[in-house]
Design a protein around this ligand. Structure first.
Ligand code: FE2
Length: 228
């Protein structure tokens, strides 16, 4: 297992380009998750190992996002319409690929979720309304890029069926957690305002699946929508 026996790792992210943080300011509201506290963009790529030890990123035609209800009881089983990401997260994704030691013998497909969650007094931002869950992919990376006047947002990692998390921690900007998504479940506690005024937390989530497993396209989406 690339992530060792515990199935997770915390890594440092490279410094981000100047356009990355401002790009969170105009993310449209997520109509499906977070009750108006989440703002989001979404993009998908195909990754191919290159001869020079690097990876090429092919941005895939934009699609609605669809996942199975078994992985997300709140947002699964429906088509979720999001605007595409407008900035380049690939330097951060490359850091995740290195940390995962991604298998270079196959192509991979990634879903990239750019999420801002806002909170204010009396109105926390729920990060995982679906509860303790697996995203359903082989690996998941959650990178924290910015936190402004927020508390809470404790990331928790669970062995399947356990009563308590085996690890919990508050990830600061510049850090990411890499997860073996099949071995571990995860959740994150709500974002709260630190002083009662408005606050926000900006993250990027990358879900990694082998291209051969067909997580992208009509066939996947039809199967996810048909699941009851
Ligand atoms: Fe998740």
């Amino acid at each position: 297992m690339p992530l060792g026996s515990e199935g997770y790792a915390i890594i440092d992210l490279p410094d981000v380009a100047p356009d990355i943080l401002p790009s969170y300011d105009d993310c449209p509201v997520d109509e499906y998750m977070g009750n108006g506290t989440r703002f989001k963009r979404f993009t998908q790529y195909r990754l191919r190992a290159r001869d020079d030890d690097n990876w090429s990123f092919e941005r895939l035609p934009h699609r609605d996002y669809t996942t199975y209800k078994k992985f997300n009881a709140v947002g699964g089983g429906i088509r979720r319409v999001y605007e595409p990401i407008q900035v380049d997260f690939t330097p951060l994704i490359r850091a995740g690929i290195s940390g995962l030691g991604l298998d270079r013998s196959e192509d991979w497909q990634i879903n990239v979720h750019q999420n801002r969650t806002r909170a204010e007094d009396g109105r926390p931002g729920p990060l995982t309304p679906e509860g303790v869950h697996h995203d359903g992919h082989e690996f998941v990376m959650i990178g924290i890029l910015n936190k402004v006047n927020v508390a809470g947002a404790v990331t928790r990692l669970w062995n399947p069926g356990a009563d308590e998390p085996f690890w919990s921690g508050t990830l600061e900007p510049g850090k990411a957690v890499l997860l073996d998504d099949r071995a571990l479940a995860h959740d994150v506690t709500d974002v709260r305002s630190a002083d009662g005024g408005p606050g926000h937390r900006d993250i990027v989530i990358i879900a990694f699946s082998r291209w051969a497993e067909k997580w992208y396209g009509d066939e996947h989406d039809a199967a996810a929508l048909a699941e009851q």
